[in-house]
Design a protein around this ligand. Sequence first.
Ligand SMILES: Cc1cc2nc3c(=O)[nH]c(=O)nc-3n(C[C@H](O)[C@H](O)[C@H](O)COP(=O)(O)O)c2cc1C
Length: 339
Amino acid sequence: MTLPKLPVGSKLAKYCIIQGGMSIRISFHRLAAAVAAAGGVGTIGAMGISPAELVREIRQARLLTEGVVGVNLMYAGILCDRLLEVCIAERVDYVAIGAGFARGPFKALADAGIPGFAIVSSEKAARIAARTSGVTGIVVESGQAGGHLGPADTEVSIWDLFPPILTALREAGFAGPVIAAGGLLDHEDVLRALEMGADGVQLGTRFAVTEESHASDEMKSAWLQAHRSQTVDWSPTGMPGRVVDPHPIHKLPRLGDPGVNCINCLKHCRHRESGASHCIWNSLNNAQKGNVGRGLVFCGGRIGEIHDLLTVDEVFHKLLVRDNSPTQKPFPVPKIKVI
Ligand SMILES: Cc1cc2nc3c(=O)[nH]c(=O)nc-3n(C[C@H](O)[C@H](O)[C@H](O)COP(=O)(O)O)c2cc1C
């Protein structure tokens, strides 16, 4: 079966496959551009970076590909509005917003003519998003996703979560693309998601464990060695999260530890405000830079099934062609220059 294309504003992605935004600095220009060049939708993760750094990432991605490249913002981030201004000024192809919701950012995107995707994990949030001007696409993210989690049941699969939300969205008159995310890895998953009524799929972890991902080699090794994930409820954001199991909870950096500085990344931070838990930015930054012993390695629930570091092209091959298919030939993926 040929996968459908995915319209994103005035652009058309060749395949309905989105690489989910991954902060901090996991999905930067090289990964997003490789995905876009392969025919999917590449997403730069913008949480925890400065507006100037985001400008650089968008422009570097643009040098590499004319494919569809957007930006992921977290509403919980203190710089969300300023990063959104960058997205609008740089005319990115789309903006996906998760970890909280407000109408303002989507209105700004609508005024600028840039597609806005809301990331939701409940029927209630989906109905609100469906009524919001500027929300042109909706990503439904299950409890099996990597990173911070939205569903009330943090174990819920996309197969259980998605159908009632899709029904609610269509009942509410939402006609834009509805994307399934969280716990998807291969061609069979993509087909099952499409059969379930999804217009496309979003993957995070599988794209994080690629040559082009901006994670350190140590973080990639931690993913490859992991047998399972676990959910944790101590993120300073107040949201649960999914990380590799085991993980170094007692060694995670706290403000006041040598070399640990607050960059004031969240609107509300339980660590900064009450000393609870640890510093999320330093924890994620440590892992991205290679100090996984004192870092937080976010991952999806299928991490134990990822045994190989692939290129983005190879991941696309797995998504587009059934494993060991005798009849299907590999599809051609355009090459990009990786800088
Ligand atoms: C390392 C990592 C970092 C992530 N960071 C973000 C983020 O900054 N913003 C966001 O909306 N989602 C984030 N996610 C979620 C992904 O965008 C994606 O929706 C999710 O991982 C899909 O589930 P999968 O990993 O099972 O494919 C992150 C996921 C991972 C694995």
